[in-house]
Design a protein around this ligand. Structure first.
Ligand code: HBI
Ligand code: FE
Length: 278
């Protein structure tokens, strides 16, 4: 207890998870025995639907790593995934009751620990859920942690987050998370593909993000990304496209302090602001 309430983006709803069972670093045990048969069935149905949508839409690295999650017909045990994940990239997943505050979140990432929400959505939320659940966190985020370059980027992002917290710049840095780790697109030999977890775990947004003529797709550029607000409750109107995961890693090598100072004096872009209007 004594942990502050969590707010995420513009959401003011209280989070669903039971934070009383979390330790001071917000991690908890994955209570695997507490999942019901219906919970496991929800996971299996989500996994089946989503994996069928991946070819031609998800990044090659994601598709290649997905089998590393192991069992598909029920919610996996996190320890079992960790045996393979730690071998592959020295990352681990840790259970959390849901969204956690920024500093503990960044601290885990900087230590190569990815927080995974342990509860699963209800059948009524099958198509859409506001908060991340175990399906979003596992299916969306964990496969690419098996990719060494991407895994190093996420650690570096966490380290950058701790610095941003000291500088009061979390909002700007959060936009980089949003437009890369959650909603990033990558240009591959086969064409445009998704690597962001928010896209990859969404049945509707996957085809929309990659194939719809509606949203704007801009090359990833640090300044523009950090100045662009985002919407948490609709498909994105703007996506940022990378050419490789090395690009992400290289982008975050710089000290962001001068960048934050400069960006504070510049106007923001609405989530749907078109590049030409910039
Ligand atoms: N907590 N569990 C969890 N998962 C997230 O993705 C997450 C979070 N807390 C904060 C947070 N994301 C955002 O502030 C990111 O912008 C960094
Ligand atoms: Fe996420």
């Amino acid at each position: 207890m004594g942990k502050p309430p969590v707010v995420y983006g513009q959401s003011t709803r209280p989070p669903r998870g039971d934070y009383a069972r979390a330790a001071d670093d917000y991690t908890c045990a994955q209570n695997h025995a507490a999942y019901t048969a219906a919970d496991h069935a929800t996971y299996r149905r989500l996994y089946e639907r989503q994996s069928a949508l991946l070819p031609g839409r998800a990044s090659e690295a994601f598709i290649a790593a997905l089998p590393s999650l192991g069992i598909k017909d029920h919610i996996p045990r996190f320890e079992e995934i960790n045996e393979r994940l730690y071998q592959a990239t020295r990352w681990q997943i840790v259970a959390v009751p849901g969204l956690i505050p920024e500093v503990p979140f960044f601290t885990l990432l900087a230590n190569r620990k990815f927080p995974v929400t342990d509860w699963i959505r209800t059948p009524a939320e099958f198509d859409y859920i506001v908060e991340p659940d175990v399906f979003h966190d596992l299916f969306g985020h964990v496969p690419l942690l098996f990719n060494p370059v991407f895994a190093d980027y996420v650690q570096r992002y966490g380290e950058g987050g701790l610095k941003a917290a000291e500088l009061g710049a979390c909002e700007m840095l959060s936009r980089l998370y949003w437009y890369t780790i959650e909603f990033g697109l990558i240009r591959e030999a086969g064409g445009l593909r998704a690597y962001g977890a928010g896209i990859l775990s969404s049945s509707g947004e996957l085809a929309y993000a990659v194939q719809s003529p509606e949203p704007q797709r801009l090359p990833l550029q640090l300044e523009r990304t950090m100045r662009t607000r985002y919407q948490i409750d609709s498909y994105q109107q703007t996506y940022f496209v990378i050419d490789s995961f090395e690009q992400l890693f290289d982008l975050t090598a710089a000290d962001f302090a001068p960048l934050y100072a400069r960006l504070r004096g510049l106007p923001e872009f609405a989530a749907d602001a078109r590049a030409a209007a910039a």
